[in-house]
Ligand binder design. Structure first.
Ligand SMILES: [Zn+2]
Ligand SMILES: [Zn+2]
Ligand SMILES: [Zn+2]
Length: 273
């Protein structure tokens, strides 16, 4: 399986839209891996994870075949992970595509899509868009993968998901946005070994753990994941979803994360497992 990171920033991007902090000014100066767009990833060029406002730019920048995409897992409905307005351009008159896109996620996603269709007087056929509700800890078959939503420690007003994604004997954990996992999630994954574990590092050098994570949380959680049989020496660990408020440029993230066995994701990075 190939996981490609299309965007690796938290909600406001890096540089943050409208931000003039030292890190954002320096990020603009340096460019390259220090420019981070809102978080999105794609499995094997065919299963999208999240649909942020930068999806259009990801299509241009990374050669993503967005018109052909038929499946998108949504972690939760915060705007940096679900930007429904852009999906209006799937309608006839704006595009020529034969693909029908299905979004998969929590009950809040289902409600938001229903409101979107109603407000725009659209049927699912006219919108070329459907939604399927997933249930925490219940595996689903979609797009050739087995996908199991797990509960995240994130927004308190919706059941945010992180995902186990399995195919061909490989198993991956896509984990942002979340703080240190809720105990129900730890119970479910106990003993499940992952080939790749991708985690939230919104807070950069700082500890947080209840809603997001920073490097100190990532060090702790890796120890527990290893203890509980979720990871061994061959498991690839990746940190992503970085905020400029975390205070670290890309090379500083690498300096902080590499000694603890984490790759620091950047926009466009691919990992094969
Ligand atoms: Zn986010
Ligand atoms: Zn800033
Ligand atoms: Zn969020």
């Amino acid at each position: 399986m190939k996981l490609q990171y299309l965007g690796t920033a938290a909600a406001e991007g890096t540089p943050g839209i409208f931000c003039q902090c030292d890190l954002c000014v320096e990020a603009i100066k340096r460019g390259g891996k220090d420019i981070r767009t809102r978080s999105q990833a794609v499995m094997d060029d065919r299963l999208l994870i999240d649909f942020p406002p930068d999806s259009y730019w990801h299509m241009i920048r990374h050669g993503l075949n967005l018109p052909a995409m038929e499946h998108a897992l949504i972690t939760h409905t915060h705007e940096d992970h679900l930007y429904l307005n852009e999906l209006f351009y799937r309608c006839k008159g704006f595009c020529d595509t034969r693909s029908h896109l299905t979004l998969y996620g929590n009950d809040a996603l289902v409600r938001q899509v229903a409101i979107y269709l109603q407000q725009n007087h659209l049927t699912e056929d006219a919108a070329r868009l459907s939604v399927v509700e997933l249930t925490a800890f219940v595996p689903a078959r979609l797009a050739g993968y087995t996908v199991t939503p797990l509960l995240a420690a994130h927004a308190k007003n919706e059941k945010c998901f992180i995902y186990i994604i399995e195919k061909d004997g490989k198993r991956l954990l896509y984990g942002n946005d979340t703080g240190i996992f809720p105990e129900a999630t730890w119970r479910y994954i106990k003993g499940l070994r992952f080939d790749l574990i991708s985690l939230d590092c919104t807070h950069g050098k700082d500890r947080e753990g209840s809603n997001h994570m920073g490097v100190p949380d990532l060090i702790d959680i890796k120890q527990r994941l290893t203890r509980e049989g979720n990871a061994d020496k061959d498991t690839v660990f990746v940190a992503t979803h970085f905020s400029h408020n975390g205070g670290l440029l890309h090379h500083q993230l690498e300096e902080a994360l590499h000694p603890h066995g984490y790759l620091a994701a950047y926009d466009g990075m691919s990992v094969q497992v």
